[in-house]
Ligand binder design. Structure first.
Ligand code: TRP
Ligand code: SF4
Length: 400
């Protein structure tokens, strides 16, 4: 069975918090068991908005990678790398920029949104306008099938698909493609060839998505086909041009429901975060001093969990029994707030224990992290170089 390749990236923003864990990282950890995964630090992306303060990128990168590892991203299963160590991303970005209409970039919703949100920054730059295209290059260079992203990034995936289509349309035709494709079909053997033709008809005449998926599986299973023939079969299945860059799909990551210390969404800009691998004392203190129902001033006042951010944390960390205990105890003033907070503290510490342990190993031996990343960069680079060979050839740049 062909396993779909998953790719995702994160800007190096420094230490990650529980919101990142409950949203993105848990999802990555799950995906790495199901797919070949590539996860990378989008350090060039950080420069698109922070070109005037690049000094923090290096430290933020290492801190973030340690957080990934601490959260359970496993270098034996997933490839972890840094964007700027695979300069092929930049080459693909440049080549794609030649055929990218300006209007497409100007219409990407994050362009205007971010400019308005980051008013204090001058973002009327070439790099900022082009950042969705850099993201497209990040994705297309690995021929990723699935890209886990948050809702705000969905338009970037759609844009990436449009770029792939445009590229294939412009450069995907080779002389005598039809004949070569038909030859490749024969190489499948008569039984498979017949099935391939059926699936091709079902897709092209009736647009059956399932037929295309079965067709892909059939091509993947066929052995001893050259890379070029395989590509021709993919292209011939869908239309008549060769598919050089693959259109990725988005894998929507549910927004994290992790509430912050004040009940708002956990976010660094609200100052309501608990970091991954934060020490136990500091976590305990943050929870002990966090806001409760403002109406509950004295211990003897009954409270209302619905007006209390601690209750929201119980939704994440407590089982049904504890929740019943909170509801009853709070409303009757049977329990105090410190008492009520203890199961949340316990739950958080327990959740972080394995993370702290893993992190300790990497903090004690930074060379370990460097090696994991060096290894990942090398693996990623090999894949990127393969795609670039095809891209250069398609454009007519593989001379000399
Ligand atoms: N643009 C993404 C963000 O700001 C990060 C990113 C860069 C990315 N390249 C990517 C995500 C490729 C997925 C795939 O969050
Ligand atoms: Fe909040 Fe618990 Fe105190 Fe009630 S008892 S106000 S739920 S911390």
């Amino acid at each position: 069975m062909y396993a779909e390749r998953v790719l995702s990236g994160m800007r190096p923003t420094g230490r990650l918090h529980l919101g990142h864990y409950h949203g993105v990282l848990q999802n990555w950890v799950k995906l790495q068991h199901e797919h070949p995964c590539l996860f990378f630090v989008a350090d060039w992306h950080a420069l698109t908005t922070s070109y005037d303060e690049p000094g923090t990128i290096e430290q933020s990168t290492w801190d973030m990678v340690v957080d990934w590892l601490a959260a359970g991203v496993d270098p034996a299963q997933a490839t972890i790398f840094i964007q700027s160590k695979v300069p092929e991303h930049a080459e693909l970005h440049l080549l794609l920029s030649m055929m990218t209409p300006l209007g497409w970039l100007e219409r990407v919703p994050t362009y205007k949104d971010q400019q308005e949100k980051l008013m204090h920054k001058d973002l009327t730059t070439y790099g900022f306008l082009g950042y969705p295209l850099l993201q497209a290059a990040d994705i297309l260079i690995y021929r990723a099938d699935k890209v886990p992203v948050g809702e705000d990034q969905i338009p970037h995936i759609e844009f990436t698909r449009e770029i792939a289509r445009r590229f294939n349309h412009l450069y995907g035709r080779e002389p005598g493609f039809e004949d070569k494709a038909k030859e490749a079909v024969k190489k499948l053997g008569s039984k498979r060839a017949k099935l391939y033709e059926e699936l091709r008809t079902r897709y092209q005449e009736r647009g059956e998505q399932e037929a295309i998926e079965q067709g892909h599986a059939l091509i993947d299973e066929a052995q001893s086909l050259s890379h070029a023939d395989r590509e021709r079969l993919f292209g011939y299945l869908e239309g008549s041009s060769k598919m050089i860059l693959a259109e990725p799909g988005a894998l929507l990551t549910e927004a994290s429901k992790m509430p912050g210390l004040d009940g708002q969404k956990m976010s660094k800009s609200y100052g309501n975060t608990i970091f991954l691998r934060e020490d136990a004392e500091s976590i305990t203190k943050k929870i002990r001093t966090m806001q409760t129902d403002p109406q509950r001033v004295r211990r003897t006042d009954p409270g209302d969990p619905d007006k209390c951010p601690v209750w929201q944390l119980h939704q994440v960390y407590s089982n049904a029994d504890v929740k019943t205990w909170v509801q009853a105890g709070c409303r009757s003033a049977g329990i105090g707030c410190i008492e009520c907070k203890q199961p949340v503290i316990d739950g958080m510490l327990k959740e972080q224990e394995p993370m702290r342990e893993r992190a300790r190993m990497y903090e004690d031996d930074p060379a370990l992290v460097r090696n994991i990343v060096a290894d990942g960069c090398e693996r990623a680079r090999k894949l990127a170089q393969e795609t670039m060979r095809d891209v250069r050839e398609a454009i007519g740049l593989s001379y000399g």
